[in-house]
Write a protein that binds this ligand. Structure first.
Ligand SMILES: Cc1ncc(COP(=O)(O)O)c(C=O)c1O
Length: 362
């Protein structure tokens, strides 16, 4: 039987050679490959700096620390996102104030202002599934209320909002290089992009035990460093990201064309250039459909079946959070289809045939 995975890494001879080159170089942590990868990432995203760190979550932690997040601060964030989006802020005693989503699965900007209180310090929009959040409105509200904006770009490497790469517009952008992401380093990894040079300096210092020189520690920091082998791999992945993203867009277009009228396809706004980290359909018969696809060798996923405002770790801290009707409805109906930068279009057709068969349309 055919086997179609939900995602697959881009692994070529060039990637293997790059890893071997770094392995044989004799330098392993924060050396030449890391420096080059940081410069290339900053250039690609369009920021002055990119600071590599050991994961998105580590980067989020460094950011909140460097920006002085305090106990009782409030941050506006969608509930419909990966749990790590809210983990670092909770470690600092800050409260995630959950915002419902709109049809793009990103936060509904029309709901932001009503959730602002004197304790609100920032907004953390998530460019979920590779579709940018509506940043114009986010920044308008942030400016009006003197809030910072950190973009969660974990699923959106190369996605653009009105022509600009996500991660270049907020005070900082946070990226993940986990193996399922559009850009991976074949393990855990992440980076923070920013135009703020003082912030970038602080992040670099904090990720490396709070030091700027070898033996002097200016702050009590962390070990959230990056390594040469993964940087060498990431550099090859970065050279291929546009090609891989364009193919993801072709895959998405094929799904949308073949499945229209059968399941709800993800929308792409006219101001968005989405990079389809996920291709997420909606159907009331989600669980049955997933089983049917599994029986045909097709991998699917649910991102995410339990919204963050309903996670036990969160309700223990905040038992009386308001309901989010759209989020609570979509988590029961969403199903992620196989998609990656080299997925053959005939495999997409195989998936579409199986879906049409399930709904009796073929
Ligand atoms: C939207 C989002 N934010 C944050 C993260 C956390 O990334 P990492 O696993 O690199 O810490 C992920 C990855 O799971 C994610 O999808």
């Amino acid at each position: 039987m055919k086997k179609i995975p939900l995602s697959r890494v881009f692994l070529t001879e060039e990637v293997r050679k790059a890893a071997l080159r770094a392995l044989n170089s004799g330098s392993y942590i924060l050396a030449k490959e890391c420096e080059a990868f940081e410069a290339e990432l900053a250039d690609y995203i369009g920021t002055k700096h990119a600071v590599l760190c050991s994961s998105w979550t580590a980067g989020g932690f460094l950011l909140h620390r460097a920006m002085g997040l305090k106990v009782g601060d409030e941050i506006l964030v969608p509930s419909h996102t990966a749990f790590p989006s809210i983990e670092p802020m909770i470690h600092f005693g800050a409260k995630p104030v959950f915002i419902d989503i709109n049809e793009t699965y990103c936060l509904d900007v029309d709901l932001l202002e009503a959730s602002i209180t004197p304790r609100t310090v920032g907004i953390l929009p998530v460019h979920l599934y590779g579709h940018p959040a509506n940043l114009d409105r986010v920044f308008e509200i942030a400016r009006k209320h003197d809030l910072w904006v950190i973009e969660d770009c974990a699923q959106a490497h190369g996605a653009r909002f009105k022509g600009k790469c996500v991660g270049s517009m907020g005070v900082a952008g946070a990226f993940s290089f986990y193996p399922s992401k559009n850009l991976t380093v074949m393990g855990d990894g992440g980076c923070i992009t920013t135009n703020d040079s003082a912030l970038a300096d602080d992040l670099r210092m904090l990720r490396n035990h709070g030091r700027k020189s070898k033996y002097i520690h200016e702050a009590v920091g962390y070990n959230y460093r990056f390594n040469e082998i993964q940087a060498a791999i990431g550099r090859v992945e970065l050279r291929n990201i546009d090609k891989l993203n364009e193919h993801r867009r072709r895959v998405a277009a094929r799904y949308t064309e073949r499945l229209s009228g059968v399941v709800k396809a993800p929308p792409e706004k006219e101001w968005a250039h989405a990079v389809y980290h996920m291709y997420v359909i909606r159907t009331e018969r989600r669980d049955e459909l997933a089983k049917h696809l599994q029986s045909k060798g097709i991998g699917t996923g649910i991102h995410y079946p339990v919204a963050n405002h309903q996670q036990p770790a969160v309700t223990k801290l905040y038992p009386h959070l308001p309901k989010l009707p759209r989020t609570e409805a979509v988590v029961k109906e969403i199903l992620s289809m196989p998609i990656y930068g080299e997925l053959p279009l005939e495999d997409v057709d195989y998936v579409c045939d199986a879906i049409l068969e399930f709904f009796g349309k073929q």
